[in-house]
Unconditional design. Structure first.
Length: 265
């Protein structure tokens, strides 16, 4: 048993276990207890040695879901027992991941903690969909927004600021509100034919990439029945996606798969 506890808030990336950082993997393999939620891929949990306690705090379909407060209290309780606690978070803990709230809770109680960044969905899903978030001559900046209104209230953005054709707009948690987002951006002046990508399960073998326009995205999302997790990328850079379509979900057809085939003779 160690002398003092430490809680590690660890980003696991967007799904592809190969995108786990070396530090995240090392911590997973040396944890006393692992706390995880719904967005953490099962293949990543398989890296936890047998016998290590794994606690699920996500929303199960019908069973009890841990509230944020209960998860916070659980971390403190475990830390009282002087353990290495690894709290896994999908993507990056500090990007729409409540990592800041959890770290503040620990800081206020003098519990030692460390934060391990992960690859956020915007970077991973866009890259695996063949979309560079910035591209010289096309856009000059990127904005990340959440489409989930606080306490399910209507979205409260400065739409004029968001409707900038020189910026790539990335929308997390926007599946339920993409209709409103599309309408408001068009009213604020973004062209209705601005390219949009909706990426479901980005970076995984189940990735689906829908390429459409700002006007048609609400209709197309329903037509193709996209399911969470979905990330939206809105902007000129989406126009590069057809030319940069590198990710093949069938591994054997990918560059790495080809190399494996040759290696096997
Ligand atoms: C609660 S936020 C967590 C974000 C996470 N902390 C991150 O940095 O990626 C969940 C949202 O992230 C996006 N997301 C996470 N993983 C994704 C994936 N593999 N493909 C597409 N979107 C994803 C979706 O918009 C989803 O609704």
């Amino acid at each position: 048993m160690k002398d003092s506890a430490c809680v590690y808030l660890v980003g696991t990336g967007p799904g592809d276990p190969d995108l786990l950082t070396v530090k995240a993997l090392r911590l997973l393999q040396s944890a006393d207890v692992v706390i995880y939620d719904r967005l953490v891929n099962k293949a990543i949990l398989q890296q936890v040695p047998a016998g290590v306690l794994k606690i699920f705090v996500g929303k199960a379909t019908s069973n009890h879901a841990f509230s944020q407060d209960e998860t916070n209290r659980l971390m403190v309780k475990l830390a009282d027992k002087k353990r290495t606690i690894v709290r896994l978070k999908g993507g990056d803990p500090f990007i729409f991941g409540r990592g800041g709230e959890e770290a503040l809770y620990l800081a206020q109680r003098d519990i030692p903690f460390e934060i391990v960044p992960g690859i956020t969905a915007a970077t991973a899903a866009a890259t695996y969909a063949g979309i560079p978030l910035t591209h010289r001559g096309l856009v000059q900046s990127v904005q990340f927004i959440t489409g989930h209104g606080r306490n399910n209230k209507p979205l409260d953005f400065d739409w004029q600021k968001l409707a900038d054709p020189q910026t790539t707009l990335v929308v997390y948690m926007g599946l339920a509100t993409i209709g409103e987002i599309s309408k408001q951006l068009i009213v604020a002046g973004l062209p209705a034919d601005m390219p949009v990508a909706a990426i479901e399960n980005g970076s995984t073998a189940r990735q689906q990439r829908l390429l459409t326009t700002l006007k048609d995205v609400p209709k197309d999302v329903k037509l193709y029945g996209l399911q969470p997790p979905v990330l939206f990328v809105i902007g000129r850079v989406v126009g590069l996606a057809e030319s940069l379509d590198w990710f093949i979900t069938d591994d054997l057809d990918s560059c790495e798969g080809e190399q494996d085939k040759h290696a096997q003779g």
